[in-house]
Design a protein. Structure first.
Length: 308
C-alpha cells in the first residue's frame, strides 16, 4: 500500500547540461499517490528532457530525482517494473498487428491481456487486426495508451499522449486517467493542450527555458492572473480606468456594458466602487490556465528552440 504522505516522484534541484547548454536548471517538484500533475511548457522548455532524466534514459548533471524512494538512474530497472510510460510519438514494429504489439508490451511489463484490455480496445475504437505499418499517428498512440492503461502500475508518465487523437478519444483518455487517480495512482501528464491539463490536473508545474517558474494548484495560481468583468451600472464610472488594478477598460457599441480586467488583489476595492455606482448587471470570468501560461510566454519572451 502506497503512503499517501510520501511522494512517488521527488525531484530536487535537478540539472542537465548538454555541453555548455543548460537544458535543466534546478527543477524541483513532487508528485504524490492519487495526484495528477500537469507539466506544461512549449517545445524547447525542457519537458521531455526532464521526463527522459526521471526515466533513467539521461543521467542528471546535478541535483537528485527519486521514484518510490529509489534513484532514477541507478535503480532504473527496478523502478520500471512499477511504472507505465507513453511518449508523444510512438514507433511500432511495422509487420506486427496492433493487437500483437499490445500483448508484447504487456508481456514485457510482466502483465497480460485481460478483459480490461478488450474494453480499452473497444473504447479507443482501435482495429487490433491491422498491421502497424497501416496505422496513423493517432492509432499508434492508441496502441501505447491501451497497453499502459491495461497495466497495474503505481506511476504513469504521459508525454504529450493525446497527440494525434480525435476529441472523442481524448475524452476516453481523460476518463481513464480519472480512474487511475481514484485508484490512488500517481500521474505525470506533460501536455501543451491547456484545457486538458486544466480539466484533469490537481497540481501544475510551468517550465520555461529549463526552469520551473510556477507550481501549485490552479486555484492557488489564480491570484497571478486577472479576472475579466463585464458590468452595467446606473451611474457613470469616470474614475474606473485610472484605478489601481484595472486594465483594458472598454465599452460596447451603446456604451452600456463596461468590460475590464482586474488584478485579483484589487477585486475587493473595485467591487466596492462598482456597488456605489448601483450595479444593474455583473458577469465575472475567472482567469484560466491559458491566461497564466501566457503570462510567462508572451511575445516579449521571444521564441523557443526545439524540444531538448
Amino acid at each position: 500500500m502506497l503512503n499517501q504522505n510520501t511522494p512517488i516522484l521527488h525531484i530536487d534541484h535537478l540539472q542537465k547540461n548538454f555541453g555548455k547548454f543548460h537544458a535543466l536548471k534546478n527543477i524541483t517538484f513532487d508528485i504524490y499517490p492519487g495526484e495528477v500533475f500537469g507539466f506544461i511548457g512549449p517545445n524547447g522548455a525542457g519537458k521531455s528532457t526532464t521526463i527522459r532524466t526521471i526515466l533513467g534514459i539521461l543521467r542528471a548533471t546535478g541535483g537528485r530525482a527519486t521514484i518510490f524512494g529509489k534513484d532514477v538512474f541507478k535503480d532504473a530497472v527496478e523502478i520500471h517494473k512499477r511504472i507505465a510510460y507513453v511518449p508523444g510519438d510512438v514507433y511500432l514494429w511495422p509487420n506486427l498487428t496492433g493487437g500483437e504489439i499490445i500483448d508484447l508490451f504487456l508481456k514485457l511489463g510482466h502483465s497480460r491481456h485481460t478483459e480490461k484490455t478488450d474494453q480499452l480496445i473497444k473504447l479507443f475504437q482501435l482495429d487490433p487486426t491491422k498491421k502497424a505499418r497501416t496505422y496513423s499517428k493517432g492509432n499508434r498512440q492508441k496502441v501505447a495508451l491501451i497497453a499502459a492503461f491495461s497495466t497495474n502500475a503505481d506511476f504513469y508518465i504521459f508525454d504529450e499522449p493525446t497527440s494525434g487523437l480525435d476529441p472523442l478519444n481524448e475524452e476516453v483518455f481523460q476518463k481513464e486517467v480519472l480512474k487511475l487517480k481514484q485508484a490512488g495512482k500517481a500521474v505525470l501528464l506533460s501536455s501543451h493542450i491547456l484545457s486538458e491539463v486544466e480539466k484533469m490536473c490537481d497540481n501544475i508545474g510551468i517550465i520555461r527555458n529549463g526552469e520551473i517558474v510556477e507550481t501549485g494548484s490552479l486555484a492557488q495560481m489564480r491570484h497571478l492572473t486577472r479576472t475579466t468583468i463585464k458590468v452595467q451600472t446606473r451611474d457613470q464610472t469616470p474614475e474606473l480606468s485610472a484605478m489601481t488594478g484595472v486594465h483594458n477598460v472598454s465599452f460596447d457599441n451603446n456604451n452600456q456594458i463596461l468590460t475590464m480586467s482586474v488584478d485579483s488583489e484589487h477585486l475587493e476595492s473595485i467591487m466596492s466602487y462598482l456597488t456605489q455606482k448601483q450595479i444593474v448587471s455583473l458577469q465575472a470570468t475567472l482567469p484560466t490556465l491559458e491566461d497564466l501560461f501566457l503570462r510567462y510566454y508572451d511575445s516579449s519572451n521571444g521564441g523557443t528552440n526545439n524540444e531538448q
